[in-house]
Design a protein around this ligand. Structure first.
Ligand code: ADP
Ligand code: ZN
Length: 747
């Protein structure tokens, strides 16, 4: 395909010589760059990463220069029209990273670049906010021969000094005209200045210095600092909540700054709270920039430019901050590296932790991955000796980890004769804590509960024998399907294990928990916090603020309240139905459940009173629960990883999920079948391609969804197969395909 067909043929330029061609990415056709000629006048400013205006079709669009070349295969090239900002938006490393992302995650190159640049920066009209400031030319002189109206302006300025034009006009109660006359006569000077829209709260934060490190912390710091000097690598910093990981990386950042280098700290969006930011402000003051999804366009634009222009050298942000345009990058920290929210669920479907590792390798600089429950991917990389490991074994304050108890809800049901939301043990514990005016968190892991069948009597979950994951219930045809191998079974009339006919969709929602808790504890102040409520960030902050200041006794929530929050007065954490997350059709179900339980347990007892955790479950023998009781990560990871290895699941292989959707189920199913067939024909063992299968979420927003799962030891082989198949299999126009490389959710 030649780009020429997008252009009129009237341009008579021939292919120019040495570096007179720029390969430019435009969003209209995102797959690849288009060649443009660089006019003489623009030669000095057209560089890779620079934003340019170019003719495209009949319009002028904004594009980004990807690379320069000395010739083009196309005879006639259009010319770049203008360069609005000569400073590159992306440096050479980021451009290289974009190319890697596009290739690895099978996304159009222009989309990779777009992902790196916030809209507020990329758009043609993006600019700084400016204001006009008036001051007296000579503050001591009394200007002669001016009218009373003009004098009133001068009087205000003499009293208060320089100020923005609108404010002056308002205070003097006059219009623009007299001010303009004063300016013309040189009595006042009007200047335009940039107003920085900052996301940082304007409150002053008490500065703190580094703490004296404990020996293990000092060791971890030394390893990181050494990695800044020598061939940099990735360090997994593994330690329970409160073991002082944050302190280690704060000091590692300080080292980077001393060497004149900058740092990026990624945190999950949800833990990007004012307290987190304050901790950084207290240590580093003005040098930090914050990037998160709640910034206004203006704030985002200005933060981004502060970073690019070197005015901020520590960037804290959620996923996309991994692309922050810092100069002289010296360290990337990924806090809570196991968090699934680091994966972007739209194209390009990148994983910020993996992109961080890649960016660091290209820079080069070290990466510090911090977590209390390492992702299996990172853990396996430690085993393969690709990553270094630093462990913090103790809590920094030597506080004990909470006591964790497991309540077997099957026995509870047996002895009480009913299936309740709260066990007697948990009720009793809540009562004890409330009596002592301590706080309680109740936590419900709700994700995916509707997808699997669990017997309320024995806790049995119907799973696929060949693949060891829960079968997914499909309401439409009353069948259970395996989303790995495609096996399909009718829904059993009674539990296959205990023959109880009550097998059914299990599940309680947070609202129901809240209601029942209110009935049991009428005096307690109870508040619910879940995704329904927190679509408004303000509500989330308010509720957490009220909880922190003791205005709430019991906080009921989903996994959202498990993350990185610090409440000293919480002494009891109750987990209701801990196995909900275990039986989703995802081989990572056990890993996620263990991570969540460990996170939740970390919430209890962060103050002076020892904490207590009660976990209710129907499957107390599941390894994730057994290990959660003693917070035994190694004990959990060992056997799980062995099983993954045997099945070739990640981290011992890559998984690619092809998702297809469309309004016609038949066309979606046929397309999925064709892809699956063509891919199987091109790949051989150990690579595996699943048959086409309805997605666990079989229909969404009126569109039918199917998926094909591929796995194999080499991601390259899988994506090469996809590329070549897509050249021969053409999908109907109303069937959309999403390619998710290293998919972490299988819904
Ligand atoms: P993590 O990031 O592992 O959860 P933090 O770095 O937040 O741990 O540390 C937990 C608590 O212990 C914080 O209040 C922190 O100020 C304190 N702390 C960390 N390191 C030290 C140290 N070396 N000496 C004293 N207190 C420390
Ligand atoms: Zn199966």
């Amino acid at each position: 395909m030649s780009p020429a067909r997008f252009f009129s043929m009237s341009d008579s330029r021939t292919t120019p010589a040495v570096n007179r061609v720029a390969r430019i990415l435009v969003e209209a056709v995102p797959d690849r760059p288009f060649d443009y000629a660089i006019p003489d006048a623009l030669v000095p400013v057209v560089k890779p990463g620079v934003r340019v205006s170019v003719p495209f079709g009949h319009r002028t669009v904004t594009g980004v220069v990807f690379e320069l070349a000395d010739h083009s295969d196309h005879a006639k090239l259009k010319s770049i029209e203008a360069v609005p900002d000569p400073v590159p938006m992306l440096d050479a490393t980021l451009l290289k990273l974009a190319a890697w992302m596009a290739d690895y995650y099978q996304a159009p190159l222009a989309h990779a670049v777009r992902t790196m640049l916030p809209g507020a920066v990329r758009r043609a009209g993006a600019r700084f906010k400016t204001q006009r400031i008036v001051r007296l030319a000579d503050e001591t002189a009394t200007p002669a021969g001016i009218t009373p109206v003009q004098q009133s302006l001068v009087t205000v300025l003499q009293g208060s000094g320089a100020m923005p034009v609108p404010e002056l006009l308002k205070r003097a109660g006059v219009t623009n005209a007299p001010l303009n006359i004063l300016a013309k006569r040189g009595v006042v000077i009007i200047e335009t200045e940039t107003v920085t829209r900052t996301a940082l709260a304007c409150r002053t934060v008490l500065r703190t210095g580094p703490l004296e490190l404990m020996p293990e912390q000092a060791g971890a710091l030394a390893t990181t600092v050494e990695a800044m000097e020598h061939p940099p690598g990735v360090i997994l910093l593994y330690g329970v909540t409160g073991s002082g990981k944050t302190e280690v990386y704060l000091q590692a950042i300080e080292h980077a700054l001393q060497k004149g280098r900058s740092a990026i700290v990624l945190v999950p969006e949800i833990s990007l709270t004012p307290q987190t930011v304050e901790r950084f402000q207290a240590r580093f003051g003005e040098r930090i920039a914050v990037l998160h999804s709640n910034l206004g366009d203006g704030e985002r634009h200005d933060e981004w430019h502060r970073i690019r222009d070197g005015k901020a050298d520590i960037v804290i942000g959620a996923r996309s901050a991994v692309f922050a345009p810092v100069r002289h990058l010296g360290l990337i920290v990924v806090d809570e590296e196991h968090e699934p929210s680091y994966k972007q669920e739209e194209s390009p479907r990148y994983h910020a932790r993996d992109v961080a590792v890649m960016r660091a390798q290209m820079t080069p600089c070290p990466v510090l991955l911090c977590t209390a429950t390492p992702s299996f991917e990172s853990w396996a990389n430690v085993e393969r000796k690709k990553y270094l490991l630093s462990i913090l074994h103790r809590r920094a304050d030597d506080r004990k980890l909470p006591a964790v108890r497991i309540v077997d809800m099957r026995m509870e049901a047996e002895s009480t004769g009913q299936i309740g939301v709260f066990s007697r043990e948990l009720l009793e514990a809540i009562r004890r804590r409330l009596d002592r005016a301590e706080q309680v968190m109740l936590f419900l892991n709700r994700r995916g509960f509707a997808a699997s069948l669990q017997c309320p009597a024995c806790g049995h979950v119907v799973t696929c024998e060949a693949c060891s994951i829960a079968l997914t219930y499909h309401r439409s045809d009353e069948r259970l399907r395996c989303h790995i191998c495609g096996a399909s079974h009718p829904v059993p009339a009674s539990c296959p294990k205990c023959r109880d006919p009550g097998i059914r969709m299990g599940g309680v929602g947070t609202q129901r928990v809240e209601r029942i808790a209110a009935k049991c504890f009428p005096q307690a102040r109870i508040q619910r916090l879940d995704a329904d409520l927190t679509s408004r960030k303000q509500v989330y902050e308010e509720v957490l603020g009220a909880f922190r200041s003791g205005k709430i006794d019991i906080l009921v929530g989903t996994q959202m309240i498990a993350k990185g929050l610090h409440f000293p007065n919480v002494t009891l954490v109750g987990v209701l139905h801990a196995d909900l997350g275990l039986h989703i059709p995802d081989f990572r179900a056990g890993e996620r459940t263990f991570q969540l339980l460990a996170q939740v347990a970390g919430r209890a007892g962060r103050g002076d009173v020892n904490g207590e955790v009660i976990i209710q479950t129907y499957t107390p023998a599941h390894p994730a629960l057994v290990s959660a009781r003693t917070l035994d990560y190694d004990g959990f990871a060992g056997p799980e990883l062995l099983q993954r290895k045997e099945l070739g699941y990640p981290p011992y292989g890559h998984m690619v999920c092809l998702g297809l959707k469309g309004a016609s189920e038949r066309r979606v199913a046929v397309s999925a079948g064709e892809l699956s067939g063509a891919l199987s024909a091109r790949l051989s063992a150990p690579a595996v391609v699943s048959p086409a299968c309805p997605a666990p979420l079989a229909k969404a927003k009126g569109l039918f969804r199917y998926q094909v799962l591929m796995r194999g030891p080499s991601v390259r082989r899988l994506t090469d197969a996809i590329r070549s198949v897509l050249k021969v299999v053409s999908l109907p126009r109303d069937v959309a395909l999403a390619i998710d490389v290293d998919a972490i959710h299988m819904l």
